[in-house]
Design a protein around this ligand. Structure first.
Ligand code: CA
Length: 523
């Protein structure tokens, strides 16, 4: 069946046989009076991606999708009616105590052997998928100078170092004017430290600071840590350029000092060569943004399938977005490999509950007008569609906010759901490849790490043909199965990781700013 024919046949998708609602697949939605093959007739128009009641639902009765109660009916809902957000009241968030821990049966999927990519090996054992000079900054004050220098590095130096993909500044709004000794200040500081050590940046450290800021270089990169790295892996090439130092007389001198340090680092990076590495060296960060009701039936299940394939190769795969897993906490704790991992999941979610409480909100603050326009009634429905991207593998560990992943398998990297904050924290976790699913569409991209964009709907993939790398909407139209799109995505990952294929955001140079998560006060 091709897309056009599929577009004309009225179709809905029911995720679970226990569900009493389904979502309308057809582009532009369906008019009142439409009759489905099963005999169900719409008693009002239903937009694409929105829910239709499959049976009569009494007032106060549960509305089920993914075999989960996503709400209770505020009024009687007739079979064939449009079940929109205004008709549902949202259930309470599940409790974080007395929930199952590590109860899921063993995962018996066989190991996948023989899959490789061409990557850059680092002295610490990690592997880069790109070869990028990243200039760390200790404070926002230097961002303008670093930005100027980066432009000159790109135009004057990069042409001489053909093996280096890019030069970027790791700019952020942290570093001064902050309560740097506040309890939670550890989070932005270790995030920035670990981003500087991302595998795509080759292990060297080039830092530009101002001089008088609170985040002194020794605090960002403790001398003990630098010494240990040097002892275990030789000279990493650590350079600090401090703009207030006396030798820098005027702006030009500052730029010259940065250019000189950059030249040294570029020469070292330029000598690197791609080598054949096992797929196990991939560290894949997954997230979604601009979600719609298709996210949970097309792109995210396909990503979940691909995630399972990665786990079977021995790779590291991270899913995140705390507010989008909060309603499925019992699913996650039961999938934890042991009680410690289950408890770590609970601890991170409990911390985040308290963080939201301080702001007088809860997880329901997550959904956007675009999510709701795309058919998602509330955070419960959004969460169930989001969690499926984690596939079926056991959860092998939890990466705390801003920390680096230190083990293989499927990990929960605790991050907010905000696209830029999540991407920034996954970079700190050591991500060398990013997969981003979207239903509404977003031009999101990151500097320093390729981002593969997957559309939940073919209509979006067609309109954004030069921004979307893979169309998972083929699943909704019946053109492809979840498994087919999952394998397609898996092979695309190996191609992109090897540098044989550039993503659309790389081709256009689309890069969102780093967004450090700073729950601590500023001054
Ligand atoms: Ca997100």
């Amino acid at each position: 069946m091709n897309a056009n024919v599929a577009g004309q046949v009225p179709r809905y998708i029911r995720v679970d046989k226990a569900d009493n609602v389904a979502i309308v697949v057809n582009d532009l939605g369906l008019p009142s009076g439409t009759r489905f093959a099963c005999g169900l007739e719409l008693c009002e128009p239903v937009p694409q991606g929105h829910k239709v009641a499959l049976v009569d639902i009494a007032k106060g009765a549960p509305v089920r999708r993914y075999n989960v109660i996503i709400g209770h009916a505020n009024e009687p809902l007739r079979a064939g009616s449009w079940v929109h957000e205004g008709l549902l009241s949202m259930p309470e968030a599940p409790a974080l105590h007395r929930i199952p821990a590590a109860t899921r049966a063993r995962w018996n999927e066989p190991a996948l052997e023989g899959y490789t990519f061409e990557g850059y090996r680092n002295p610490d054992g990690s592997v880069g998928t790109r070869n990028v000079l990243a200039i760390t900054t200790t404070v926002q004050c230097v961002a303008g100078v670093v930005d100027h220098a980066v432009q000159r590095i790109r135009s004057e130096l990069l042409p001489r170092f053909a093996n280096v993909d890019d030069a970027i500044g790791l700019e952020h709004i942290y570093g001064c004017g902050v309560a740097i000794d506040a309890h939670d200040a550890d989070i932005p500081i270790r995030t920035l430290r670990n981003i500087s050590l991302n595998p795509n940046f080759g292990g060297g450290l080039m830092v530009v600071g101002l001089g008088c800021e609170k985040l002194q270089p020794e605090r960002l990169l403790p001398p003990g840590m630098l010494a240990a790295r040097k002892a275990s892996s030789g000279d990493f090439g650590v350079d600090f350029v401090r703009l207030q130092d006396e030798p820098h007389v005027g702006f030009e001198a500052m730029i010259a000092a940065i250019m000189a340090a950059a030249t040294k680092h570029l020469a070292r990076l330029n000598a690197r060569r791609r080598e054949t590495c096992p797929a196990a060296a991939l560290v894949v960060g997954m997230q979604c943004g601009g979600s719609d009701a298709f996210s949970g039936v097309t792109a995210n299940p396909a990503l979940g399938f691909a995630s399972d394939l990665l786990v079977r190769t021995g790779a590291t795969v991270m899913f995140s977005e705390i507010t989008e897993v909060r309603d499925g906490i019992d699913q996650l704790t039961s999938r934890a490999v042991d009680g410690d991992v289950a408890q770590a999941l609970i601890d991170e979610l409990a911390w985040y509950d308290r963080y939201l409480e301080r702001g007088g909100v809860d997880r329901s603050a997550n959904t956007t007008p675009g999510n709701r326009k795309g058919g998602l009634a509330n955070i419960v429905e959004k969460a169930m569609g989001s969690i499926v991207k984690s596939g079926t593998a056991p959860i092998a560990g939890v990466v705390r906010l801003g920390e680096r992943a230190s083990r293989k398998g499927l990990l929960f990297a605790a991050t907010p759901a905000s696209d830029f904050v999540c991407g920034t924290l996954q970079l700190a976790a050591g991500m060398n490849l990013h997969i981003f699913t979207t239903g509404r569409g977003t031009p999101y991209g990151l500097a320093g790490c390729p981002v593969i964009k997957v559309a939940t709907r073919s209509d979006l993939a067609r309109r954004w043909h030069d921004l979307i790398d893979l169309d998972a909407g083929r699943i909704a139209t019946g053109e492809a199965s979840i498994e087919q799109v999952g394998w397609d995505l898996f092979h695309t990952m190996l191609e992109v990781a090897s540098g044989r294929r550039k993503t659309w955001t790389e081709r256009w140079g689309l890069k969102n700013s780093l967004a450090l998560f700073n729950p601590a006060p500023i001054t």
